[in-house]
Design a protein around this ligand. Structure first.
Ligand SMILES: NC(=O)c1ccc[n+]([C@@H]2O[C@H](COP(=O)([O-])OP(=O)(O)OC[C@H]3O[C@@H](n4cnc5c(N)ncnc54)[C@H](O)[C@@H]3O)[C@@H](O)[C@H]2O)c1
Length: 253
């Protein structure tokens, strides 16, 4: 199978590329650097060129995609965070659909986050396609934690976007699911730990399985979801968080 992976240069994307490559698949990595296709996916022209290059490299037929590219709550500009984690991810998803449709049993995994369930769609301003000024105003009350709020909104909106595609993509024969990790030991998490606003919060938060995940553990779930044994799994979100969601919201699922 030929599989495109965004965010392939680091963390979960790199571990996913390694796992899928070891399983014999051809990988097309897409990232800002150190990738087969170098692109800033938040930039529309760069993103369009990247989709074009992926289309060329896969010969017009793509068997799978894993969308990992993203930034964490510590990112200085929360609006850029929303652009990368939500708008760009959805645009890449839709941009790859034509080549995915050509494959025999294509599947896609989008990396959301357990933060996606920390806000509801009803309270998510991204539901109403806000202007940058509206978003800035909505983030203001969060003060130093605007990044975390923007992150939760972006991942909530990303999971909703995937679920909203389940009907059409299923009819087109393309399986589409999200994984929602808790804390995973990657450069993104380490940057959060080094940030004075977020470091103690992250350190003080212990999952029932009292450790962070290894990127390979997320890659292992993703590999399963892309494969034939997951043939009836579609439109689902898989939390992989050491039990955090169950422990904090036992009655909500
Ligand atoms: N690490 C965690 O604890 C954790 C938890 C839940 C969800 N996630 C999600 O997992 C995904 C991968 O994160 P990670 O922890 O492996 O982080 P990471 O920083 O190790 O890797 C992210 C990759 O995305 C790339 N990227 C960022 N912006 C980009 C852009 N504009 N264009 C192209 N590539 C871009 C980066 O260059 C990097 O290689 C992200 O979507 C993140 O939100 C991570």
């Amino acid at each position: 199978m030929t599989i495109a992976i965004t965010g392939s240069a680091s963390g979960i994307g790199a571990a996913t590329a390694a796992a899928l490559s070891a399983a014999g698949h051809d990988i097309i990595g897409i990232d800002l650097r150190d990738a087969d296709v170098r692109a800033d996916l938040a930039d529309p022209a760069s993103r369009a060129a990247a989709i074009e290059k992926v289309t060329e490299r896969c010969g017009g037929t793509l068997d799978g995609a894993v969308l990992c590219a993203g930034v964490g709550p510590h990112t200085p500009d929360p609006l850029r965070l929303i652009d990368i984690n939500y708008h760009a991810a959805v645009a890449v998803l839709d941009g790859l659909l034509p080549v995915l449709c050509k494959a025999e049993s294509p599947a896609v995994v989008v990396v959301s986050s357990v933060a996606s369930v920390q806000v509801t769609w009803a309270e998510n301003p991204l539901a109403t396609d806000p202007t940058p000024a509206d978003l800035t105003a909505a983030l203001r009350p969060a003060g130093d934690y605007a990044g975390h709020l923007a992150y939760a909104w972006s991942k909530n909106a990303l999971t909703v976007a995937v679920r909203r595609r389940a009907a059409d993509w299923g009819a087109a024969g393309v399986r589409l699911n999200t994984v929602a990790p808790g804390t995973v030991d990657t450069p993104l998490l380490r940057a959060g730990l080094d940030d004075p606003r977020y470091g103690d919060l992250i350190r003080g938060f212990t999952a029932p399985i009292a450790r962070t995940a290894e990127p390979a553990e997320i890659a292992s779930l993703t590999t399963y979801l892309l494969g034939p044994q997951a043939g009836y799994i579609h439109g689902a979100q898989f939390v992989i968080d050491g039990g955090v969601d169950a422990a904090t919201r036992p009655t909500m699922f």
